[in-house]
Design a protein around this ligand. Structure first.
Ligand code: DSN
Length: 420
């Protein structure tokens, strides 16, 4: 992959403590197998753009309509990011300034809703996201939030139940998208439901945007009023967000992002978005996304073959949940035992989980980083075997220590950093 970490000499000289943390984090990312579904390793060009001197520039406003002089070069960069995002997703309008997915969602809400309005989103406990109406989040505090979920038996979104709930609560906006749902989402069906109750439709594709950009998951762009995404998950850009929308909402979206929610855009991050979008438009990106899918399926099939409960019966995306209820180990215990074995996942609530989220009954597994490193399905079967062994012996230190070494050796065969 050719990441060069030796270029941080200035940090080393100026701030040895921060530099030491960089090097330790580099070692962690290099030697451990990261299967966190929402993370990825950005390319060297994206990292360089994000660490660039574009951070020095204030540029409140939009290209050619700024509140600062000297914006001609950052204008060029933002225009490139916009043009490439439109090409990638085929959207009518895009705003690339949101600092995060959370801000992007806030902008989509506030472009057309008022505090106190009703929203209907997927429950966090069933695979949704905090910003889709969770009571502890701004979305649940600012709006009257209701939720839908998955069927208890199939663990698939129950579209009839969503329709019924929508008729009951008459939301002004329906929110679609998930952090822990592994199957294809039926966007035309959600469009129908939203239309039937006169609601706006917001689809948050943060997790699947790389798959959507390459046609490996159906696109919601023609079905939704607003489509939001982060740029750092399957899309493999910098940590940030963006909002796409129909032309009729363009002015409202731009106005709510600036000056409504943000001041100066982070031009170094927007530069990194432009670079990432160019990479995503390049021919190899579709093959890379296909590898992410193939690897996720190989892992899910491997666990199913060993008798594990893969939530929703498998995966069509980059991720899936393992329900560990019948395995005598909690999500928290599994996360800790795997971490000690060099394999990083996150504990995750499973649908209808009876444990609190800080313990949880499952783990979430995703393949963006393993795929970025170049691993393929044969490595996945080895990974299933290791994870199975750890989950069978979650307190066996000798097993963890042996597997940690084996994982490190596998990671060395798929390197990500160099010291030159
Ligand atoms: N926290 C992210 C995730 O892990 O899915 C989403 O924001």
């Amino acid at each position: 992959m050719g990441y060069v970490v030796g270029t941080l000499k200035a940090v080393k000289q100026e701030d040895p403590e921060v530099y030491a943390a960089f090097r330790a984090e580099e070692k962690r990312q290099r030697d451990k197998l990261v299967l966190i579904a929402s993370e990825n390793y950005a390319s060297p060009a994206v990292l360089a753009a994000q660490g660039s001197l574009m951070t020095n520039k204030y540029a409140e406003g939009y290209p050619r309509r700024r509140y600062y002089g000297g914006c001609q070069y950052v204008d060029a960069v933002e225009e490139l990011a916009i043009a490439r995002a439109k090409q990638l997703f085929g959207c009518e309008h895009v705003n690339v300034q949101p600092h995060s997915g959370s801000t992007a969602n806030m902008a989509a809400y506030l472009a057309v809703l008022k505090p106190g309005d009703t929203i209907l989103g997927m429950a966090l406990s069933q695979g949704g996201h905090l910003t889709h109406g969770s009571k502890v989040n701004f979305s649940g505090k600012l709006f009257q939030a209701f939720s839908y979920g998955v069927d208890r038996e199939t663990e698939l979104i129950d579209y009839d139940a969503v329709q019924q709930k929508a008729e009951e609560v008459r939301p002004r906006m329906i929110v679609v998208g998930a952090s822990a749902y592994s199957k294809v989402i039926d966007f035309p069906r959600f469009q129908e439901i939203a239309k039937s109750v006169g609601a706006y439709l917001l689809v948050d594709i943060a997790h699947i945007s790389g798959l959507v950009a390459t046609g490996l998951h159906p696109s919601p762009v023609s079905h939704a009023d607003f489509v939001t995404t982060t740029t750092h998950k399957t899309l493999r850009g910098p940590r940030a967000g963006m909002v796409m929308c129909k032309e009729e909402h363009a002015k409202a979206v731009d106005k709510i992002i600036f000056p409504g929610l943000q001041g100066g855009p982070l031009m170094h991050v927007i530069a990194a978005k432009a670079v990432a979008f160019k990479e995503a438009l390049a021919p190899g990106f579709a093959a890379y996304q296909q590898r992410i899918l193939d690897n996720a399926r190989a892992l899910a099939d491997g666990f199913t073959a060993r008798g594990y409960h893969v939530v929703s019966g498998g995966t069509d995306t980059h991720l899936f949940l393992l329900n560990l209820n019948s395995r005598g180990v909690t999500g928290k215990e599994a996360e800790e035992a795997l971490d000690a074995s060099g394999i990083i996942v996150n504990k995750n609530a499973v649908p209808y989980d009876e444990r609190p989220p800080a313990v949880a009954s499952g783990i979430r597994i995703g393949t963006p980083i393993a795929s970025t490193r170049g691993m393929g399905v044969s490595e996945m079967s080895q990974i299933v075997a290791w994870m199975d062994e750890v989950l069978h012996h979650p307190t066996a230190k000798r097993v963890q220590s042996r597997i940690r070494k084996e994982v490190k050796a596998l990671c060395a065969r798929f390197p990500v950093f160099s010291d030159s």
